[in-house]
Write a protein that binds this ligand. Sequence first.
Ligand SMILES: [Ca+2]
Length: 248
Amino acid sequence: MRERGLLRLAVVHIHGVSAWLAVIGAVVGATGVLRPEETSGAITVNAIDSGWYNSVSGIGYPDRENYAAGEYLPQDQPTENRNYFVFDLSGLTDLIAQATLHLYTGTAAGPGDPCETYRLYDVTTPIDDLRSGGGDAAATFTDLGSGTVLGERVVHWSENESIITIELTPSAVDYLNSTRGLIALGGRVTTIGTNPEYEYLFGGTESSSTRQLVLTYIPEPAALSILALGGLAFLGRWRVRQRCHEPF
Ligand SMILES: [Ca+2]
């Protein structure tokens, strides 16, 4: 039994998830099986803020919370919007095991394209600066479209004015577990073409649009056993829905 525990500890460590899983693996190796009532729960967390930064003009209309992302053409000069969402995780005490982002799509534009790819990133810009437009706006714009990838989704035009789900990566779960305060997700359209055209997602969105994290969490003390049995399978399950021309 001791050897099984150590083996789980080593496997989990290779995946580099966190000390949480390493501890969990060792404990389950020593304590055995789950009881049926030790199941996970889910919680929906609404965004408290959203918005965008433009590659030329910086933050846009923070009071409107519109989260349009992609290419625009003010005065015939193409510029890019990258968006962000802010969530308050301070009320969550349990360990997050899986996360999806639910977004209202609003409207999309992109002549000749049936879809665009939207990718999510971590945000290292201080939250206060992000929300106010303070600090270095150009650096914030870069931050919103670079760093650790948290998820990716091909968004079809046929999905206009609907709610889509984006399965977040294991790295995103670690990112979300890194704080129990305010945390932000950044995003950009990765399929902007070379021709200057309107090419964007999430047009016409606002503070009343659905912007939700749905978090599967592991209640204490069941976390110690559940994550070790389900965690490794979960790590290999995330995938990107990349195909543009076929329905999901
Ligand atoms: Ca970043």
